[in-house]
Ligand binder design. Structure first.
Ligand code: Q9C
Ligand code: ZN
Length: 671
C-alpha cells in the first residue's frame, strides 16, 4: 500500500569539522554550525515535529560515478588517510575548497541524503522534502572539487532519478548566489534536465569569474535552451528583483518544459546578511520561491542545501522553506518596489537569448536581437553610483539588520464551503450551514442589496459574508461558495470588503461578464478579468481586461497571462483578500483553473474566496482539492500560444508597467 505522509522530511548527516586549508586550518564560513543552527531553528519553530526524518546513508561508488570520474573518486578516497601536508598539497590543485580528513565521509553522506530524499519523493512516501547537508555540491565538477564542494549532490540526484525511476524531465532551480557551474557542465548538452541559475556576476568580476556564467550560455547541441543563466550585475538585489525573474523568465519556461521532478540547489547566500552574496532579499522570499515551484511536477520537489553563511539569515531562510513545503500559508511580502535597472537589463538579455528556444518568449516585445543585447550590456561597465549606494556598499553585509520574519499561523480551519442543500461537502472542508453561520449581515443584506432575492440567495450571501469575516479573523484560511448568481455575489462581496479600512481586494474574474464600474474606482480593488470577449474596454490602472481570442481555452495564452500579469500585479497590490470568480461558461479547463487557484494562494496569506455558479457544480471537488493544499496537476508541455493572445498580453504589460513596475521585463532606453 502506498504510504503518503503529509510532511516533508529533512536530514542532517554527521557534521564534519571544518576542512584543512593550506594557510588556515579550516574554512571560516562553510562550518558545521550551519547545520546545527538551521536544525535548532527548525526544532524551535516546531517544524521538526511535523517532518519525517529520514535516515542518512553513504552514497556508493556507482552513484558518485554517475557524475564524477573514476580518477577523481579514487583521489578523494585517499584523503582520509593523508597527512595534513598531503592534504594541503591535494587541496591546492582545486579552487576554494578545503579538504579535512573526514570530508570524504561527509561528502558521501551528503550525496546519500539527497538520494534518500529523491527515493522517498519518487516512491510517494513523502510529498516533498529538504536535505540539510554539507559539504555543498553545485560547484564540483566531473573531475574537480571547487567552491567548498566535493561531490555534486544535486547533479548526482538528477542522474539517479533518470536512471532508477526513468524520470523524463527534471528542472533544477539553483537559487544559491553562486553559479553552479558544476551542474551546468554536467547537463549542458542534455535536454532532459533544465538548469536554471541566478548568480552574482558583476560582469564577470565575481567568483568564479567565468564567461560560462553569462546569460548567453544557453546549452549546447540537443541541450540548447535548457540552460538558463541570470547574472546579477549588482549587489543589493531585493525581493522584487528575485520575483520578477521568476515571473518573467523561470516560471513561463518551467511550465512550458513541464518537469516530472523539481530539484532545488537551495543555497541561502542569496539572502540578506550574507557576506558572500551581499544581496538584500529577505528570508521570507524563500517561502514564495518555494511555493511558486510546488505546482510543477505534482509537487514532487526536493530541496538540497548548498550555500548560506550568515547563520541567522540561513536559519530563518531554511525555516521559511520547510514551512512552505509543509503547506503553511505564505507570509505577505511588502515593499515590492519593482526590479532595479540592472535586473531589467539582465531580464531583457536572458529573454532575448532564450526566445528562439521557448515559445512563451516568442512574441515578447522590445527585445533586442541577441547580438545587440550582448554588446549593449557587456560594454556597460562602471555606472555612476549615487552616494547612498556607495555608503550602502561600505556597510558590511553582516551588519545589515532586518526584522525576523513574523510567525506564520495556520488557521484552525483550512477550507470552508457554502453550498446549496443537496450538494455534498468535499472531504476535509468545513460546511457553513448552521444558523450562526448566517452572521450579522442578514438584515442589512435584505434591506440593501437583495430586496427581490429569494430567501435561499439571501441565506447564501449571508454565509459568504460570514466566511469572509472568519477569514479576516484568521479562523479560516480560505473558502468556496457555490451560488446561484456568481456575478451578483461578486459585486456584493467586493462592496462588503471595500467598506473596511485598509482592505485590498484582488479580484480575478475568469470568463465573460460585466464588472460594475463603481467597484473598481475606489483603488482598493484590483480587477483582472480573463475572457474571450473583446469588450473594446480600455481598462485602467485597477481594471485589467485580458481578452484571449479563443477565450480561456487557449492554455498557453492563459498561462502567459498568469505569470507575466497576474502574479506581478497580485504581488504588487498585496491584497488582504483574493476573490476568484468563475463565470458560467468560461471555458477554462479544470487543470488550468486549478493552477490558477493554486498560484493565487501566494497572496493575502492564502485568504482566497472562490465563487462558482451552480452550473459549475462539477468544479467544487477540483477547486476544494487545491484550497486544501494539494498541488495542481501539470498542464502538460505547453504549445505555442496564439500570436494574437501573446501580443494582447504584451500590450497590457506595456500599458500597465508605469503603474505596476513588477510587470517590467525590459530596461527602458537611456535609463
Ligand atoms: N569572495 C557555495 O556557496 N569563495 N560555495 C569565493 C570570493 C568561494 C561558495 C571567494 C565561494 C564558494 C556552495
Ligand atoms: Zn553559494
Amino acid at each position: 500500500q502506498r504510504q503518503t505522509s503529509d510532511a516533508p522530511f529533512f536530514m542532517i548527516p554527521t557534521a564534519p569539522e571544518g576542512g584543512a586549508n593550506n594557510n588556515s586550518p579550516a574554512c571560516k564560513i562553510e562550518v558545521p554550525e550551519r547545520l546545527t543552527v538551521s536544525h535548532g531553528a527548525l526544532v524551535r519553530n516546531g517544524l521538526t515535529d511535523r517532518c519525517i526524518c529520514l535516515p542518512v546513508r553513504e552514497a556508493v561508488d556507482a552513484e558518485i560515478l554517475l557524475v564524477h570520474s573514476e580518477e577523481y573518486l579514487e583521489a578523494v578516497k585517499q584523503t582520509p588517510h593523508m597527512t595534513l601536508e598531503d592534504l594541503k598539497e591535494f587541496t591546492l590543485q582545486y579552487g576554494d575548497v578545503y579538504f579535512h580528513p573526514n570530508i570524504y565521509h561527509c561528502a558521501k553522506l551528503a550525496v546519500g541524503s539527497a538520494l534518500q530524499l529523491v527515493d522517498s519523493v519518487l516512491m510517494g512516501k513523502v510529498k516533498n522534502g529538504m536535505a540539510l547537508v554539507r559539504p555543498p555540491g553545485h560547484h564540483s565538477m566531473r573531475s574537480a572539487a571547487n567552491g567548498f564542494c566535493v561531490f555534486n549532490n544535486v547533479a548526482i540526484a538528477a542522474q539517479y532519478a533518470k536512471q532508477k525511476y526513468g524520470v523524463k524531465r527534471i528542472l533544477i532551480v539553483d537559487w544559491d548566489i553562486h553559479h553552479g557551474q558544476g551542474v551546468q557542465y554536467c547537463f549542458e548538452d542534455d535536454p532532459s534536465v533544465l538548469y536554471f541559475s541566478w548568480h552574482r556576476y558583476e560582469h564577470q568580476k565575481f567568483w568564479p569569474n567565468l564567461k560560462d556564467s553569462d546569460y548567453d550560455i544557453v546549452g549546447k547541441g540537443e541541450g540548447a535552451g535548457f540552460n538558463i543563466n541570470v547574472p546579477w550585475n549588482k549587489v543589493g538585489m531585493e525581493n522584487s528583483d528575485y520575483l520578477s525573474v521568476f515571473c518573467h523568465v523561470l516560471l513561463p519556461i518551467a511550465y512550458e518544459f513541464c518537469p516530472d521532478l523539481v530539484l532545488v540547489c537551495a543555497g541561502f547566500d542569496s539572502a540578506i546578511g550574507d557576506l558572500e552574496g551581499e544581496m538584500c532579499a529577505t528570508p521570507d522570499i524563500f517561502a514564495h520561491l518555494t511555493y511558486l515551484l510546488m505546482n510543477l511536477a505534482e509537487g514532487k520537489l526536493c530541496a538540497v542545501l548548498e550555500g548560506g553563511y550568515n547563520l541567522t539569515s540561513l536559519a530563518q531562510s531554511v525555516c521559511q522553506t520547510v514551512q512552505t513545503l509543509l503547506g503553511d500559508p505564505l507570509p505577505p511580502l511588502t515593499n515590492l518596489t519593482g526590479p532595479c535597472r540592472s535586473t531589467l537589463e539582465s531580464l531583457q538579455c536572458v529573454r532575448a537569448a532564450h526566445r528562439q528556444h521557448w515559445s512563451c518568449l516568442r512574441h515578447a516585445v522590445d527585445l533586442p536581437t541577441f547580438e545587440i543585447s550582448t554588446i549593449r550590456i557587456k560594454s556597460s561597465g562602471e555606472e555612476n553610483k549615487d552616494e547612498a549606494e556607495v555608503w550602502e556598499e561600505q556597510k558590511s553585509p553582516e551588519e545589515k539588520i532586518w526584522p525576523e520574519p513574523p510567525k506564520r499561523v495556520s488557521p484552525r480551519v483550512c477550507s470552508a464551503v457554502v453550498l446549496p442543500d443537496g450538494v455534498v461537502c468535499p472531504d476535509a472542508c468545513e460546511r457553513l450551514s448552521s444558523s450562526e453561520d448566517l452572521g450579522p449581515h442578514l438584515l442589512t443584506l435584505k434591506k440593501d442589496f437583495l430586496k427581490d432575492a429569494d430567501d435561499s440567495a439571501v441565506t447564501a450571501l449571508s454565509r459568504v459574508f460570514s466566511l469572509i469575516d472568519k477569514m479576516k479573523n484568521n479562523e479560516i484560511r480560505n473558502g468556496l461558495a457555490l451560488v446561484g448568481d456568481a456575478a451578483m455575489t461578486m459585486t456584493c462581496v467586493v462592496q462588503h470588503v471595500a467598506a473596511e479600512v485598509d482592505s485590498r481586494v484582488f479580484l480575478v474574474c475568469v470568463g465573460n461578464g460585466n464588472i460594475p464600474g463603481h467597484i473598481i474606482e475606489d483603488g482598493k480593488t484590483l480587477v483582472v478579468q480573463i475572457s474571450g470577449e473583446d469588450t473594446e474596454e480600455q481598462g485602467s490602472k485597477y481594471y485589467v481586461p485580458v481578452c484571449l481570442k479563443k477565450g480561456c481555452t487557449d492554455t498557453s495564452g492563459f498561462a502567459q497571462a498568469m505569470f507575466s500579469l497576474l502574479l506581478p500585479l497580485g504581488y504588487q497590490h498585496n491584497p488582504s483578500l483574493v476573490l476568484l470568480v468563475r463565470m458560467p461558461g468560461s471555458g477554462v479547463c479544470d487543470i488550468m483553473w486549478q493552477q490558477l487557484t493554486a498560484l493565487l494562494q501566494s497572496f493575502a496569506q492564502g485568504h482566497t474566496l472562490v465563487l462558482l455558479q451552480e452550473d459549475d457544480k462539477a468544479c467544487v471537488g477540483p477547486t476544494a482539492s487545491i484550497l486544501l493544499g494539494n498541488p495542481a496537476p501539470p498542464l502538460g508541455q505547453l504549445p505555442a500560444s496564439l500570436k494574437e493572445d501573446a501580443e494582447a498580453v504584451e500590450r497590457l504589460r506595456s500599458r500597465l508597467q508605469a503603474d505596476w513596475n513588477l510587470l517590467l521585463a525590459t530596461a527602458p532606453e537611456n535609463g
